[in-house]
Each structure stands twice: as C-alpha cells, then as structure tokens.
Write a protein that binds this ligand. Structure first.
Ligand code: MG
Ligand code: MG
Length: 591
C-alpha cells in the first residue's frame, strides 16, 4: 500500500511539509500549487529534496476551469496549461489534477467538455503528462463522478483518466458502488477525506471541515472497498482541508494522517476479506469492556483521598516501591500517585483499559504510531504497556490481576452498592480533539457516538462519546470553548442505589455540588415526578434525567485541583449522560 498526502493538509512551508510527510512514513505527496508558488526553493530544488527524502511527487494540483468553455476561452486554457506542464517537467512530475469547472463554464455539453479535455490531453502528452479529471461537488455543470467518468470516456484519450475524491462523492450522497464499473486503468488517482455530518453548503464544509479517515462520519472502508474492487492499485492519498490542521505541528499532523490510513486499510481489508489483496492488517483487538483503573497524580493527592473515602472507597494498600496508593470500591480502582515534580494540582494522569491480552493490543498501538510511555519498573513488577493519547493522558492496556499484588493488602468492606467506573470524561485541547477521536477509534477499537453540544456559562461545550459495543467503557471527550484550558476532568462511578450511597457519603462529610432550587421546580414541570422523590432529589442535590430507555440519577462532587467525581445510577436501559443537566453543573462549578 503506497501512502500519499496532499501538502495542503499540513501547516508550514513546503519544505517543512515534505520533511513531516517523510518522517511519518509517507511514500508520496501531492503538491498543492499555492505551496509551491510560495516556496523560496526552485522546482529543481524541491525535486531533489523529495528524492533525498524518499518521497515521490505523485500529483500536481489543482488545475481549474479547463473545460466547458467557449472556443476563445479555451485558447487561454491551453496557454495556461502549457506553462504548468513545463513547470511539472522541472519538478519531474507526470500527473496533474484537473478539477471540474466552477468559474468559467458556459457550455453544459459533455461532448464539448470531452473534446476540450482530449485537446488538453494531446498537449499534455507532448510533455509526457497525464490528467486526472475530478468532479468537484460544487462544479458548475459537472458535480458527480459518474458524469466526470462519462466525459473521460467520451474524451477517449490514453492521457486522461479520472480522479476520485471521497469527499466530493460522499458529501453529495452519491452512491459509490458504481465506481466498480470504471476500468482500473482509467482511475488515475484516489483522494481520501472524512468529514463530520454537518448540514451546510458543501464548499464551506469541504474547505474547513474535512477530516482524516476515522475522525468523521463517512463510511470510508466501504468507499475504499468499491475503489479497490474496481482494481485500483495506485496510492491512497489524503486531501484534507481543515482549519485546525493548518495551525498545528505538521509532524504531529502527518503522523495522525498516517495512522488514519493504517486504520482505514485494516478496516477495508476486514470488509473485503479474500478480495483485499495486499492491504496491511493490524493485530486484531476487541474493544475493552471495562476500565481497569484511573490514576490521579499530583505533588499531593491527599485532597482527592479524602473525597474517595467520603464517596465509599476502601483503602487498598500502598505500592511496594512507589509513592502510590490504591483505593477500591467494587470493581472501581483509583490509584493516587504523589510525584513531587508533577503538576501540583491533582489531575487524571492515566486511564487503564482492561484488555485480557495486552500483547496484540500493544503491538496494534505501536503499529498505529501511538507514542509509548516508559515507566520505571522494579524486579518482579509487571511492566504495563502504555501509550500517550493526544491530550497527554496515558492510556494503559492492563488487567488488574497482573498488578494488584504489588500493593500491600488494604481493607475491603462488603458493600451491596459495589461501584464500577461508568465513564471517564477527558477534556480535550482544541487542537487535538479530532486526533483523539481517531486515536481511541483506531488504537482501542472504541466507537464514536454522535456529537452533542451543551451550553456552558462561557460558551458551548462539544462532547463526543467514545464507547465499547456493550457500553462497558464510555469515554466522553469534551471540547471546551476557545481559551478555556485546564478545566477539570471527571470520572463517574455507577452504583446500584445512589440515594443510599449519597446519604451515607454525606454522613461521612461529602458535600455534593449544589443544585439550585429552580432546577427542581423545572423537574416537576418536565417529568411530573412524585413529590416525595423530588423532595429527596432536592435534599441530596441529585440531578435527574429520563428518556424512552430509562432514568438517570446523578450528582457531582466539588472539584479538587483539576478533577471531580460523579456518582450515577442508571435505571433500566438509560444510555446517556444527563446532557440536559450539564448547563446546571457548568454554572454551579463556575460560581
Ligand atoms: Mg480533491
Ligand atoms: Mg459525566
């Protein structure tokens, strides 16, 4: 599988982009014309650098407004094209993208467009150059790959073929299955991009919101499956216009891009089975169905330990060689790690995911270029496999039975309310949100759920839940409004009877986050709850939600450093997170 990336995906100057692409293991790049024009290097220098870096220059793009024009205008097109063909010769390139006419087309006639592409191809052929014709989703007359293919067929010239771009096809809802009817030798190039489900004009959607495969909601494995079934064996090339990626470190973005292609190849191979040919597979892992532990780190975590005790956790012992203490409650395990050099505020530093066999999971993470975490281990201790997620939180692939013996035993009170970790909510910096979605999709095989937005006192909070198939692992990723960094993370403990748990916790001194009286008046209006239930909720500062699947009772602790806890009780098959209550929590926390 040859991998390629358009220079438009990355920030920086052309040379920087080329180094980043090479470093991330790409075989080729598409040169986006404005990047070349702005580069201080000559075409010959760019060509030489590419060869030193082991990159081939696979596509020069884009050449606009070529076809469907009147005869006088077409003379100008040929003149313009010839200058580009000469430039491409200096670069040592032989494939140019011609996108369907947006600006100057006046003739809506396939025969005319085909005739003009044929004449352009004749000229290209004298320079040894081929043309890949792409239907833009917003082309004046040609906005559908089936029509661009008809025109290429009519042009009937060995130097013109088609370029398929997943965005232009899937954003319009065009059926990609008919790609299989195009002869392989006529598919000159393939561009891949994902995108979030948005309802907006397709041009703005494309220019600002494209994503790498696995980060959005297009079915790219199915799309690529059709292209490969057609017999295409050229490079898989990413063309992603995205406002965030243009502002972030190109080396990191290029790795993210390469990860997306490795994931996509694996998913497509799975889909195609025997037909997949040489697509590389990843070691298979099933998504974890439980959290193994959460680690809280700080110079001093004692404030968190007070809270854990009040909630109902038991002290589970000290680690035999590190300043680490374990707290347990049912299957919920929290590790408090005092590190003098750590950020002084308690924060969620690591999350352990329970994987029965960590070897293939770790091998898969490494193949996806997840950066490994190295922690010191001593003789007889389990070396846990861990990787750094995009927001810096360490992700452990672990299994409590393997490491729990390293703690001297603590006490465990029998408790009918034995808790488990229901969800871990990680706040994401703006620049790594999409990368995080891909990370958890590809490395842990979690599935992204539809995004939600909730109103906070200082702006909208976007939330994307990543979850395992049976819901044992739920990982809401929250993106905060601009400029709000360092907001608290939290994790939620599910218990059988939250009213009993909170009443007992209050006896031990717990003070849940205060809920305003207006909230309970509204509850009565919204749900028509019985008076005594509302009185209990009000008394305990419990929040409530209900939908067709069941009910959700929950409450929050106060924040210690950068972390707080949530207690939840899910009734029946309730599957949400009380999103309607989030504004109340956000205002209460801000006040
Ligand atoms: Mg394209
Ligand atoms: Mg929550």
């Amino acid at each position: 599988m040859r991998t390629s990336i358009a220079t438009v995906c990355l920030s920086g100057g052309l040379v920087q982009k080329m180094y980043a692409a090479a470093e991330a293991g790409f075989d080729a790049i598409e040169i986006f014309e404005p990047d070349l024009i702005a580069a201080p290097q000559s075409p010959e220098e760019i060509r030489a650098l590419a060869s030193r870096l082991g990159l081939t220059l696979d596509l020069y793009q884009p050449f606009r407004d070529a076809e469907g024009v009147d005869e006088a205008a077409f003379g100008d097109v040929l003149h313009r094209a010839e200058a580009k063909f000469r430039l491409m010769q200096r670069l040592g390139m032989d494939l140019m993208l011609v996108c369907s006419n947006v600006g100057t087309a006046t003739v809506d006639d396939d025969e005319v467009s085909a005739g003009q592409l044929r004449r352009l191809s004749d000229l290209a052929a004298t320079y040894g150059i081929r043309l890949a014709y792409e239907a833009l989703a917003w082309g004046r007359f040609v906005d559908d790959y089936r029509r661009s293919w008809r025109i290429v067929e009519l042009a009937d010239h060995p130097n013109v073929g088609i370029c398929l771009d997943s965005f232009h096809i899937l954003s319009r809802g065009h059926d990609p299955k008919q790609i299989e009817d195009i002869p392989a030798e006529k598919i000159f190039f393939l561009q891949l991009a994902d995108a979030p489900a948005l309802s907006m004009d397709v041009l703005s959607w494309s220019r600002h919101h494209r994503l790498f495969p696995g980060e959005g909601s297009f079915d790219l494995p199915a799309f690529l499956g059709h292209v490969l079934r057609a017999g295409y064996d050229g490079p898989l090339s990413l063309e992603v216009f995205n406002d965030t990626f243009r502002q972030t470190d190109p080396v990191r973005t290029a790795r993210q891009a390469q990860r997306s292609l490795r994931w996509l190849a694996d998913r497509t191979a799975e889909l195609l089975g025997e037909e997949a040919g040489p697509l590389p597979r990843l070691p298979e892992v099933t998504a974890p169905e439980a959290f193994d532990f959460v680690e809280i780190k700080a110079a001093d975590t004692s404030g968190v330990e007070v809270l854990l005790e009040q909630l109902g956790f038991d002290f589970g012992g000290r680690h035999r060689s590190k300043q680490v203490r374990l707290w347990t409650w049912g299957s919920a395990r929290v590790v408090c790690n005092d590190v003098p050099s750590a950020s002084p505020e308690p924060h969620i530093a690591a999350v352990g995911f329970d994987v029965a066999d960590s070897d293939p999971a770790a091998e898969r993470a490494a193949r996806l270029m997840a950066p490994p975490v190295h922690r010191r281990t001593y003789a007889g201790e389990q070396a846990l496999r861990a990787f750094t997620s995009p927001d810096g939180t360490e992700v452990f692939l672990s299994h409590a039975e393997d490491w729990i013996g390293e703690f001297d035993g603590g006490v465990s009170r029998p408790d009918g309310n034995a808790a488990r970790i229901d969800h871990v909510n990680l706040v994401q910096p703006w620049h790594s949100f999409d990368e995080a979605v891909l990370f958890y999709t590809s490395v842990l095989s979690l599935t992204p759920q539809p995004t939600q937005e909730v109103a906070g006192p200082a702006g909208l909070v976007r939330s994307q839940v990543m979850s395992s198939p049976a819901g044992g692992v739920r990982l809401p990723l929250n993106l905060l409004p601009n400029g709000q960094q360092g907001q608290a993370q939290h994790f939620a403990l599910a218990c059988r009877d939250i009213i009993e748990v909170v009443a007992a916790a209050r006896e031990r001194g717990l003070r849940p986050l205060k809920v305003p009286g207006n909230y309970y008046d509204d509850l009565v209006a919204r749900f028509g709850l019985a008076d005594d239930l509302v009185a209990t909720l009000r008394d305990l500062d419990l929040l409530y939600d209900r939908d067709a699947d069941g009910e959700y009772l929950h409450c929050y602790t106060e924040t210690v450093g950068e972390v707080f806890f949530e207690l939840v009780e899910r009734r029946d098959r309730y599957d949400g997170y009380g999103a309607g209550n989030a504004p109340v929590r956000l205002v209460s926390q801000a006040g």
